[in-house]
Design a protein. Structure first.
Lengths: 251, 172
C-alpha cells in the first residue's frame, strides 16, 4: 500500500503529526517508490515556488499607525484630515518605490541570472545529485550551483525563526523557507533571501564540495565555510547541523 | 479603540502584511492593486475592533474576497486578466540586453501560467507558497481541510503542465 497524494503533501508540509507521522515516515524508509515520490514532490515544490517569486514586486512600506489614523479620520469625517492622511500615504508609497536601495533593480537583475539556469530546461527537476529533502516542511526555496565563493544573505532579522545549516554530499546549495514565506533572489555569486516581516524557519544545505560559502543575516556573519573548515559561533549537533536564531540583533 | 487591540493590531500587521501583500501581488499581477487590497484588509481588521480567533485565516479570507470583488467590479481587473498583460511585462526597462530579455520572457511565462490556472488552484498554490497552513487555506477557500493536500498536488501538476505548454515558451 503506497502513500496517497494527500499524505505525501501533508508530510511535506508538516501537516501530519504524532503516530500518523511516525507511521508515514517509517513507510518512506522502507518504500523506495514512495520515497522517490516524496523527494520529487519536495523538489517540484521548490521549483514552482521559486518560479512564482519571479513575478514579485517590492513590498510597499506601509505604516500600521497610518492605517489606524486613516480609519479614525474616515470615521470622524474630517476632509482635511483625510486629505492629509491620503497625501502622507501616497508620499510614503512613492518614497518606498523610488527610494535609493529599492530592491526592484536588483530583483530584475537577479531574476535574469536565476532564470537563465531554467531557460534550457524550464522547471525541470534538479539533477539526481541534488540532495534529497530531509525535512518535510518546505514551503518555498531555491537550488543554486555554488561558485568558488558564494554568499547567502538574509536581508533582515526576524521576530522569531531559526536558520539551520547542514553540509551535504549534493552538488547544489539548497535554501528553503519552512513554515513561512520569503523571497529568494539569486545572482552569480550570491543568494539573497528577502525575509522582512517573515517568521519562517529556514534550512540551508551546503555541499561539502563547495569552496567558500558565507551565510549572513544583514551584516552579521552566521557561518563561513572554507573548503573543509567551518567557522561559526554555533556548534554542530550530532547530525552535523548548525542552528542559528534569526532574532539576534546585528553586531 | 481599545489600546491593547491597537497594539495587537500593529503586531498582526507586522507579522502578516508582507506575505499577504505577496499573495495578492502574485494573485493580481498588479502591485498597486495588491497594496490597496492588503491595506483594505487591515483596515477592516482594525474596524472590527477585536482580534479574530484565527487571524491568519481571517486575513486571507477577507483578502481573497476583496480580490474577487475587485475583479468582478472593475474593468481594470478584467484588463489585467487578459493575456496582453504578459506583453506589458516585456516593456519593462531591461538592465542588460540578452539576459534581461530572456528573463522577461520567463517572467511573462510565469505570469501567464498563474493567470491561466483555475482560481481555486491559483489561490491554493499562492497561499501555500506563503506558508499558510491547511486549516487557514481551507477556511479561506471554502474547502474541506482533509482534501487540501490532494488539491494542492493537482494545482502543482496543473501549474507545471500549463507552464510547459505555454505556446511561446522557449524550447531547450
Amino acid at each position: 500500500m503506497h502513500l496517497e497524494d494527500e499524505e505525501i503533501q501533508r508530510l511535506l508540509h508538516g501537516e501530519v503529526a504524532g503516530g500518523a507521522r511516525t507511521q508515514a515516515l517509517a513507510h518512506l524508509e522502507g518504500c523506495s517508490t514512495c520515497r522517490q515520490l516524496f523527494d520529487e514532490a519536495g523538489r517540484d515544490e521548490v521549483e514552482i515556488f521559486a518560479a512564482l517569486s519571479r513575478v514579485d514586486h517590492p513590498v510597499p512600506k506601509v505604516e500600521p499607525r497610518l492605517l489606524m489614523a486613516r480609519r479614525s479620520t474616515a470615521t470622524a469625517g474630517g476632509w482635511k484630515h483625510k486629505a492629509a492622511v491620503i497625501a502622507l500615504a501616497l508620499g510614503g508609497a512613492g518614497v518606498a518605490y523610488a527610494a535609493p536601495g529599492s530592491p526592484l533593480p536588483g530583483w530584475i537583475r537577479s531574476i535574469g541570472t536565476a532564470l537563465t539556469r531554467h531557460a534550457a530546461a524550464p522547471l525541470a527537476p534538479p539533477p539526481p545529485s541534488a540532495p534529497p529533502s530531509t525535512e518535510p516542511t518546505a514551503t518555498g526555496g531555491i537550488a543554486v550551483a555554488p561558485r568558488d565563493r558564494f554568499t547567502i544573505r538574509f536581508t533582515s532579522t526576524q521576530v522569531r525563526g531559526t536558520a539551520t545549516v547542514k553540509l551535504t554530499d549534493g552538488g547544489d546549495i539548497v535554501a528553503r523557507a519552512l513554515n513561512g514565506g520569503a523571497t529568494f533572489i539569486t545572482d552569480v555569486d550570491r543568494l539573497t533571501i528577502s525575509n522582512e516581516g517573515s517568521t519562517a524557519d529556514y534550512e540551508i544545505l551546503v555541499p561539502r564540495s563547495a569552496g567558500v560559502v558565507e551565510i549572513r543575516v544583514g551584516t552579521r556573519r552566521l557561518l563561513i565555510k572554507r573548503g573543509r573548515t567551518v567557522l561559526s559561533d554555533a556548534t554542530a549537533d550530532s547530525l552535523g547541523r548548525y542552528a542559528f536564531p534569526m532574532t539576534r540583533s546585528e553586531r | 479603540m481599545d489600546t491593547s487591540f491597537s497594539d495587537s493590531f500593529v503586531d498582526l500587521f507586522h507579522e502578516h502584511f508582507h506575505r499577504l501583500f505577496r499573495y495578492l501581488d502574485r494573485l493580481t499581477g498588479d502591485p498597486d492593486l495588491a497594496s490597496d487590497l492588503a491595506q483594505e484588509t487591515f483596515l477592516r481588521l482594525y474596524a472590527r475592533g477585536a482580534q479574530p480567533d484565527r487571524p491568519a485565516a481571517w486575513l486571507i479570507t477577507v483578502a481573497t474576497n476583496l480580490f474577487r470583488n475587485a475583479r468582478a467590479k472593475t474593468a481594470r481587473r478584467e484588463r489585467l486578466l487578459t493575456p496582453a498583460r504578459g506583453e506589458e511585462l516585456l516593456a519593462d526597462p531591461a538592465p542588460s540586453p540578452y539576459d534581461a530579455a530572456e528573463s522577461m520572457e520567463l517572467r511573462r511565462r510565469v505570469r501567464l501560467t498563474i493567470d491561466a490556472l483555475p482560481e481555486r488552484d491559483r489561490c491554493l498554490l499562492l497561499l501555500r507558497a506563503e506558508g499558510y497552513g491547511y486549516r487557514e487555506i481551507a477556511a479561506a477557500l471554502g474547502l474541506n481541510e482533509v482534501s487540501v493536500g490532494t488539491l494542492l498536488a493537482r494545482a502543482k501538476r496543473a501549474f507545471r503542465e500549463l507552464y510547459e505548454e505555454e505556446p511561446n515558451a522557449p524550447r531547450g
